[in-house]
Design a binder for this molecule. Structure first.
Ligand code: ADQ
Length: 474
């Protein structure tokens, strides 16, 4: 039987490898993307290609890991220490990440890192090509692999290639700052279908292709070698049922009781992010500070639990951000705290999904206020966990999620006065209004869930390829 297959390609494989006294252990990732794409790569002869998350130099060990992963339909791309430094931490995280999140002054332009980015993209493409047959589908993910679509296309014409960007695509005026802007978008347009979280991102991408490459476009179709490439918005989501059911699970009762006991009569406000300058941690702490100074009646009446997952802390901007967050948290606690009340409880580590769920469920208010975010899944996880439909989401208009979750209190995180007003509105919101807003948001997250996202993207990829095949035989 000669059935076509689908190959998923992402920087990281959905697995974590650990080595313990000579033993290799594999832990499957529980992340949203892994859950959504699980329905694809675990089916038939489909596979997932990516870095296994550990630097492995020894050839025998590489062989062993390849054999073990193959049983899970996973194919590793092994990367050296130097490649991780230059391609991943360098070009991906110190050039593309800040630029695409509108922090151009943080972007480093290094020719050496760009060379490494190209070489590693080629390494990924070669492994895809070694496994690819005519008629197959390839779905490439994210900013680390923007050159891979064209690298595959130049060698294989009759395959369907989809590309999805998980972070924002900036407006032309910001994107043009990149010295390798033309090469980068030429890489992406090797795909038949190019997806973004929002309509705006897709328009910015089309605009850059027009201005930089001189391509023409009609609506959401870009013309590349006279054939249409479809560019569209596919807002990612979460496994709604999983979060909803977890919140109903009795096992969480003890966690919930602990949280409720600790906060007492006070209202619970939470935020959950990776340590990143794009997530708006500083503006959030400043708004909370102003709330307590401007409205002293909230002293002892609100507790802010801030969870921050460590991330990229070897990079200068991240370690400086961590110091600034530490300083602000202790300053606020020292200035307002009493013997009975600590305004901010700050945790700098990862939490289990159970504990996270208990926090979402018990929190009266969630603050999801990034300076810029492709989508932001925390906002949707919070909504899905509210089984009593009570709770208020304060959401930044700079997060892709704000296009769908219109019933949140939407703010501009740079506008501290409206931020503080939004906090007051959230603290005072009547139950009926909470219920109405939360019900509307739940309907959206439940319906447009991660499985819907995967299904729609794959369907559109098939349609895009069918259209191209029809036009190319005319
Ligand atoms: P991220 O920048 O990682 O993703 P986000 O979408 O918010 O941002 O996902 C973070 C995930 O980490 C959530 O599932 C959350 O539950 C989890 N998490 C955060 N803090 C945690 C903690 N302390 N303990 C345990 N888990 C924690 C990128 C883009 C986003 C886009 C996603 C998906 O930057 O904009 O939504 O990809 O496309």
């Amino acid at each position: 039987m000669n059935k076509s297959k689908t190959i998923i390609v992402s920087n990281r494989l959905p697995v974590k490898i650990t080595f313990n006294s000579g033993q290799i252990a594999y832990q499957n990732s529980e992340g949203g993307l892994a859950t959504g794409l699980g329905s694809i790569y675990r089916t038939g002869n489909n596979i997932w290609i990516g870095w296994p998350g550990a630097i492995i130099e020894d050839d025998m060990l590489k062989e062993q890991v390849s054999v073990d992963l193959k049983e899970k339909s996973l194919f590793p791309v092994f990367l050296s220490d130097e490649e991780i430094n230059k391609y991943y931490e360098g070009f991906s995280n110190e050039t593309l990440w800040p630029l695409f999140h509108y922090f151009p002054s943080y972007a480093r332009y290094s020719e050496e890192n760009w060379e490494s980015y190209k070489a590693v993209n080629q390494k990924f493409a070669d492994i895809v090509l070694a496994n690819l047959k005519n008629g197959d589908q390839v779905w490439i993910h994210d900013y680390q692999l923007m050159l891979v679509p064209q690298m595959i296309r130049s060698k294989m014409q009759d395959v369907s290639i989809g590309f999805f960007l998980h972070i924002p695509f900036p407006s032309f005026e910001v994107f043009r700052l990149l010295p390798w802007r033309a090469e980068l978008i030429k890489g992406v347009i090797g795909a038949d279908l190019i997806g973004f979280h929002t309509f705006d991102d897709s328009k910015y991408f089309i605009n850059s292709c027009q201005r930089i490459l001189g391509l023409t476009s009609i609506n959401n179709q870009l013309y590349v070698n006279d054939l249409p490439v479809i560019v569209d918005a596919f807002p990612i989501s979460i496994d709604y049922v999983k979060y909803n059911e977890l919140a109903s699970n009795k096992v969480l009762k003890q966690h919930e009781d602990n949280i409720i006991r600790r906060k007492g009569e006070a209202k619970l406000m939470i935020s959950v992010d990776r340590l990143d300058y794009s997530k708006g941690l500083i503006n959030r702490l400043k708004a909370f500070d102003q709330l307590l100074s401007q409205f002293p009646k909230y002293k002892e009446k609100v507790v802010f639990v801030q969870l921050v997952v460590p991330s990229r802390d070897t990079v200068k901007q991240y370690s400086e951000l961590k110091e600034e967050v530490d300083r602000l948290v202790s300053d606020i606690n020292a200035r307002y705290g009493t013997l009975n009340w600590q305004p901010i409880q700050y945790f700098y580590r990862s939490f289990s999904i159970e504990l996270l769920s208990a926090l979402y469920k018990t929190a009266d208010i969630a603050l999801v206020t990034p300076m810029r975010d492709g989508m932001n899944l925390v906002s949707k996880e919070y909504v899905a966990s509210k089984i009593d439909k009570k709770g208020v989401l304060v959401l930044s208009e700079m997060a892709g999620a704000s296009r769908e979750l219109n019933d949140a209190i939407i703010i501009n995180p740079n506008d501290q006065i409206s931020y503080v007003n939004a906090l007051v509105q959230a603290l005072e919101m009547p139950d009926e209004e909470q219920l109405r807003r939360m019900t509307a948001m739940q309907e959206i997250v439940a319906r447009f869930n991660i499985f819907h996202w995967v299904k729609v993207f794959m369907q559109r990829l098939e349609d895009a390829k069918t259209l191209q095949r029809r036009l190319s035989v005319r």
